[in-house]
Design a protein around this ligand. Structure first.
Ligand code: S3P
Length: 435
């Protein structure tokens, strides 16, 4: 699938982007091992979360999609998951694979986790090493998927400092730690999203978290909860930047999650001169939410503070686009983790921006981007949903038509992304290659 985007004047409007991907995965996994029935509203029906849903069903969890984005699941309790019959195919989802590695480590059975070509190239030693220390046995292809997780009912809690800032690794250890004897202590090198910690508390678990150190007793039980999933800030970032780089536009993004471990993108854009206001601040359970009012702004280049990277980890493709449309030079550093996301995002973005005639220098852990006007042309998303969406936004301000190849994976996180852009007046069509 490809996008063809024509230069477009963005209109003002109101957009509700789909539910948060990280929270949707966690609601399913934690709800599955809780006691009682959990109801999830505004669940993300993107392919990544549907892979988690299918995997849980394969382990005997009854999950009903009540209507489009409304899900009810009957928890089976901590020890109620059943051995799956076949392999669990997690598609493109690193979150599903790493969190399941943790959850399955505490089970009395073995299970095999596979994924698509991109997921098969993503490093898993970061979860295998600490989960092995807890007592699980995990086979892999030299640290890469497929993983065969041999669960152990007698896991032990560990005291572990994460070598890389990763909410996925932290969450895997918390899931395994729920089953372990003794306490689990986790220290993070930088703050990462804390949705697992918040949802564990909402489901009655005990844990403390202070200055990047988490302490959680093992052998806990969870109780079902009703969870309303905020709109995903990582998806909202695309119409947000589209509005900022437009000539004239004011876009209101409704009900967006503004958990402070996720709002690095807003902070970075504001430092570039963006006008973004948070309105109607409220809580959906443990998660802060607001409506975001975004006005077309004159962005200027900055040196992006590497201290904000872990708080904006998924937003760098679209931040590169904001930088490309800003006045002056923007320098990004400390982005080494981007090389092991759904694609090598530094390289994919630099290549695409160059293909649109912009001046960009790639560095080992970032890029230097000179603001300008993109030319029309052809870019390849490398099968990465966020790279595809970032270029669709850049294309609204290009000099000519932009064709973006390999965009089917946008469905992993933002079903009907093209429809959302069209609702703001963007001329985007989806077509099969060669059409
Ligand atoms: C996620 C954590 C991040 C992020 C990913 C979702 C999560 O990955 O990039 O999209 O839900 O925990 P890392 O843990 O690899 O940083």
């Amino acid at each position: 699938m490809q996008y063809l985007v024509l230069p477009s004047e963005l209109e003002s409007g109101t957009v509700r982007v789909p539910g948060d991907k990280s929270i949707s995965h966690r609601a399913l996994m934690l709800g599955a091992i809780a006691e009682g029935t959990s109801h999830i509203e505004d669940f993300l029906t993107g392919e990544d979360c549907l892979a988690t849903l299918a995997a849980l069903r394969a382990m005997g969890v009854r999950i009903e999609q009540v209507s489009g984005t409304s899900v009810s699941l009957q928890g089976v309790g901590m020890h109620g998951l059943r051995p799956p019959r076949g392999v669990l195919d997690l598609g493109n989802s690193g979150t599903a694979m790493r969190l399941f590695a943790g959850l399955l480590s505490g089970q009395k059975f073995s299970a095999t986790l596979t994924g698509d070509a991109s997921l098969s190239g993503r490093p898993m030693k970061r979860v295998i090493t600490p989960l092995t220390m807890m007592g699980a046995r995990i086979e892999s292809d030299d640290g890469y998927p497929p993983l065969v997780v041999h669960g152990r009912p007698d896991l032990v809690g560990i005291n572990y400092t994460l070598p890389v800032a990763s909410a996925q690794v932290k969450s895997a250890l918390l899931l395994a730690g729920l089953y372990a004897r003794g306490e689990t202590f986790i220290t993070e090198p930088a703050t990462t999203r804390d949705h697992t910690e918040r949802m564990l508390r909402a489901m009655g678990a005990t844990l403390t978290a202070e200055s990047r150190r988490i302490r959680m007793p093992g052998q806990q039980t969870l109780r079902a909860a009703d969870i309303r999933v905020p709109a995903d800030l990582s998806s909202a970032a695309f119409p947000m930047v589209a509005a900022l780089i437009a000539r004239h536009s004011e876009v209101l993004l409704l009900g967006v999650g503004v958990n402070p471990t996720r709002t690095g993108v807003i902070e970075i854009l504001r430092r570039m001169g963006a006008e973004i206001q948070l309105e109607n601040a409220r809580m959906f359970g443990e998660e802060p939410v607001a409506d975001l009012r975004v006005r077309a702004s004159t962005l200027r280049g900055i040196d992006v503070d590497p201290g904000l990277v872990s708080l904006a980890i998924d937003e760098f493709p679209i931040l590169f686009v904001a930088a490309a449309l800003a006045k002056g030079v923007t320098r990004f550093s400390g982005l080494g983790e981007l090389r092991v996301k759904e694609s090598d995002r530094i390289h994919a973005m630099v290549r695409g921006l160059k293909a649109l005639g912009l001046t960009v220098n790639e560095t080992e852990d970032g890029a230097e981007i000179y603001g300008g006007i993109p030319a029309g042309g052809h870019v390849d998303s490398q099968g990465d949903h966020r790279v595809a969406m970032a270029f669709a936004v850049a294309a609204t301000r290009a000099d000519g038509p932009v064709r973006i190849a390999d965009v089917a994976n946008v469905n992993t996180s933002f079903p009907d992304f093209a429809g959302s852009l069209r609702s703001l007046g963007v001329d985007v069509t989806e077509r099969e290659p060669g059409a």
